[in-house]
Design a protein around this ligand. Sequence first.
Ligand code: FE2
Length: 523
Amino acid sequence: MASVRRDLAELSRRGLLRGAMGLAGLAALGPVFSPRLLAQALPPGDPFRLGVAAGDPYPDGFVIWTRLAPDPLAPDGGMPPHPVPVAWEVAEDPGFRSIAAAGQALARPEWAHSLHVEVQGLRPHRPYFYRFRLHGLASPTGHARTAPSATAGADFRLVTAGCQHYEHGLFTAWRHIAREEVDLVFHYGDFIYEYAGRPVGAVSAGRSTIRSHAGGETFSLAEYRTRYAQYRLDPDLAAASAAHAFAVTFDDHEVANNWTGAVGGRGEAGLEFDLRKAAAFQAWYEHMPVRRTALPQGPRITAHRRLDFGRHVALHLLDTRGARDDQPCGDGTKPPCAEVARADAQVLGPAQEAWLLDSAATRPATWQVLAQQVPMFARTFPNGAIGMDKWDGYPAARARLLHGLHSRGATNLVVLSGDVHSAYAATVAAEAEGPALACEFTASSISSEGDGSEQRRGTAALLAANPHIAFHNNRRGYALQHFTGRHCFATFRALPFVSRPGAPVEDRARFVVAAGDVALHPA
Ligand SMILES: [Fe+2]
């Protein structure tokens, strides 16, 4: 071990990353790593089976990610318990003839040999190609765009997607997303589901298992790692991951169904739930293209942040789980009990809420976009029931946030959400009889709940009782947003099936919102 420590000391002395070297491979970088580290034998097999990803683009760069795992479903990914140096390159062309930045980084066993390189020195609003190299083997090539500079009046396009239950359906939607012409994918969460594997064909809650999770319900770090690896082995997800920069957040199933704050969805709390959160957050970090600001500290993580895309878009990425009050009235969908009216209800928690109000006030942009998880618009079912896990369970928090944003001049507010495995377009009011202060687009799931149907039972009555809901669809799919200096366009794409391969993608609805207004108009 002493020799490894010496090697690492040498590494940190010389610096882990060196930009703009125009290298052809790791051999060209020999002096940076000691011969002992470079000569380490690795197990046979492709170390890049989990693919690549890029994330959190700035005008001068983005994060590039991979995780070395020649045996992805093994607890350690099939890697030996020592650090491994890996070369990386970012180029202006897919043939890597014009290198824009390059260097090397150390994949450490403590982080499951994952790599999160924060590339700098790139030009704004440009496409780039990236890859990793190890012992003569190259990773798949990824593609990502840098953000426009703060003063650029550029259009901005993104996909909103999430909820990818592996057992419920194929990830065909990701194959279609890979081909979309967008600047960014916002993945709101449910990247994995924590549930135990069920045999193929098993039916639960009306949904048939078309492929099985490996292992039981995830609790330990090794179990969460294996689950992420199984999902990232999916070729459709891998294609989308390599095709676009992502901005990721987590929803509930990255930890446990309907968890909030210090409480799991089944009432778990205290040290045991902290241990589960620590394992879940570490595995999430290890498998997501996020910056070091999102490094978890045991059971705590700071995942909220802002990404700027020129003059027109400030994208506020929120965490509606980590500091939220437990759901009122025992969770579920039911008529509200007295607890729903509590005045101090918290969804974001005081620190994140204050940050968001300040962030929206200090970053002028045509569109202030709240990229988050659970629907903010009101959904009152005909029997008076509301979803306690959504913002509907926390009306005082919703009103406080919307009034706070509005009073700070954030008038062009667009909310993005998911979680409910159905697509919606709606407007959002602070109070039931109050004016609309935001518009909202809720993406359906990639695969959760299987093939689905065009409408759910009771949809007509739901829409009649909620005139601010302009659209609902219960197929699987995703949403596209296109922001300009004058308009926000939203397109809902749907797949007619996910239980077998080859589904086409079809448009179900398209809306436009004019800057200065939040009303939804068919487009
Ligand atoms: Fe979900």
